[in-house]
Design a protein around this ligand. Sequence first.
Ligand SMILES: Cc1cc2nc3c(=O)[nH]c(=O)nc-3n(C[C@H](O)[C@H](O)[C@H](O)COP(=O)(O)OP(=O)(O)OC[C@H]3O[C@@H](n4cnc5c(N)ncnc54)[C@H](O)[C@@H]3O)c2cc1C
Length: 640
Amino acid sequence: MSDRDRDRELGMGREITRRDFLNGVSIAVGTSLLAGNPTWLKAFGVPGSPFAPEKDPGYYPPAKTGMRGSHDGSWEIAHDLRDGKKWPDSADDGESYDLIVVGAGISGLAAAYYYRKLAGKESRILILDNHDDFGGHAKRNEFQAGKRLLLGYGGTQSIEAPGNYSKVAIGLLKELGIDTQKFYKYYDQKLFDSMHLKEAVFFDKETFGTDRLVPQRGLHYFGVEFAMENVAQIPIAEAAHKDLLRLQHASVDYMPGLSPEQKKTKLIKTSYKDFLLQYVKVHADVVKVFQSSTHDLFAVGVDAVSAYDCAREGYPGFKGMHLPKSHEQNPEQDEPYIFHFPDGNASIARMLVRSLVPGVLPGHTMEDIVMARADYARLDDAASPIRIRLNSTVVKARHLGDPANAKEVEVTYVRGGQARRIRGANCILACYNMVIPFLCPEMPDKQREALAYCVKLPFVYTNVQIRNWKAFQKLGVSGIYAPGSYFSNVTLDFPVSMGGYHFPSSPEESCLLHLMRSPCEPGLDCKDQYRAGRWELVSTKFETFERQVREQLGRMLSVGGFDPARDIQAIMVNRWPHGYAYEYNALFEPLDRPESERPCVIGRQPFGRIKIANSDADGHAYTNTAIEQGYRAVREIVKA
Ligand SMILES: Cc1cc2nc3c(=O)[nH]c(=O)nc-3n(C[C@H](O)[C@H](O)[C@H](O)COP(=O)(O)OP(=O)(O)OC[C@H]3O[C@@H](n4cnc5c(N)ncnc54)[C@H](O)[C@@H]3O)c2cc1C
């Protein structure tokens, strides 16, 4: 079949909600498209008109489809800065604030919240962000199924293990009105079980010689496990079947003669792939089965994740190893993975914004935030002490005078193609660690080097709206791990209903699928894999993602009656070239580095009136860290 015929079969030419003009157009759009439309001329800052797209009544980023996440228009200025561009002709806005926050992610919003709490209600705060929406990675995706709203998450998925949250992080959630215990009621933990839906693995013909869906043992939090009777269905060599069963069931000490601590040290410095091949001595096909199973947590495959990390996550092979007791289980597995708003942790960001800027979002509970529609025109209102300015990339933050004694910081940002200057008594950089050396060239070299050490993990979270989910019911699956495919995980959305939002619990209803991709390059050191993945993401067109979505869903689900041309209604690709904070992969990092010598600790030191927040500042890619780092940065201001 020719490529064109295949595209037609997949429905590549079909009308779907992918690039609806009013909601989906990029801010960086050329003026020729806008000719003759006065509202848009104004919105996009054609010379003579103020740049204020957020004031347009049609401005509503959560409903934009097509390429989201790090969308076009959000990253180009920062890359120009990296490449040495200067903005000598910036205009002075004449604005001054008590605090300027760079980054409207959860950390920046939390920092503004704490600052107001400690310094008083009248505090004047400006929060700047380069995206067209607030929340950073915590992004809301909205879809329309007829009159019904479907909600998805573009990044930050769930409040993970809130029982382990610090007093500061859980305290903020409580102050916002979030009671995590309520998710036991809102998350239907029985729905998929009651329909006999399980996890499955899709083996693709390019990697395994044939396309085949094989059920897993059940819902496994992380990793892969097969029931004995299903192992024979896996399209791998006969010897690999036996090895897989041995790996799952045998209780063998693969490192005899070593103490538990010595084993731990060795496993930290051995990849799970090498552990399987060199210690368990499995057939190479077994590694292919596990290769991408670590993508969602580490953004690399088992070639670049330590065997020790896999042991902690419950991977097979460690039953007879007698590892140190305290490290065998990951405490995060003690709580179910149910603490999920329908739009993920975007609800936390939205509740922070609701508290900070009056009038943007109505309501006051964790329930009424779910369906609330944000009024973006109110975000940057001169009458409000706290303002959020989107579509604004900061290119410089410098002290006016000697950093040790200066009274003010001057921040330069680019908005609508124009560089502008503002002043703040304090500045918190709640953006990415690696952009900070470019923003603050006056910082000490050691600190700048430490900040540059962080390489964020790239991810793609794609939400696909489908006409119904009957194919999942027919195949008896709720989630599919696909070790050799473009997207390594495909899952039905989480079954959460709250605040007037109802999960489409009947398979006849339109619902969202979540597809995850980690664009890595097995074989390289993990940071090089992340760099390669980042490059892949910025150079991949939406059309390529769309074709991959259609091709993969068609091949996985057509046995269940799914037709990608007929059944796909909308696609949102949330690409995050700079995703999770870098978490010091034990396999590639020194074993015995003291806390004070961790690059993130050196990097986050206060620099005069400039403080550093963001989850990178603690090398931990979680919402609680983002909150804690915002809190720490504000405490540093107060102390100073
Ligand atoms: C795909 C994905 C899924 C995740 N899932 C979970 C999860 O389920 N649970 C969990 O706890 N955590 C999760 N995380 C991690 C969590 O999202 C983060 O730890 C947290 O949200 C980070 O918040 P932050 O404010 O520190 O950073 P960010 O959310 O990255 O916000 C920083 C903001 O600063 C902006 N910025 C950067 N440079 C500039 C500049 N020069 N000028 C202006 N603005 C700038 C950025 O664009 C961004 O908007 C996930 C992360 C990703 C990427």
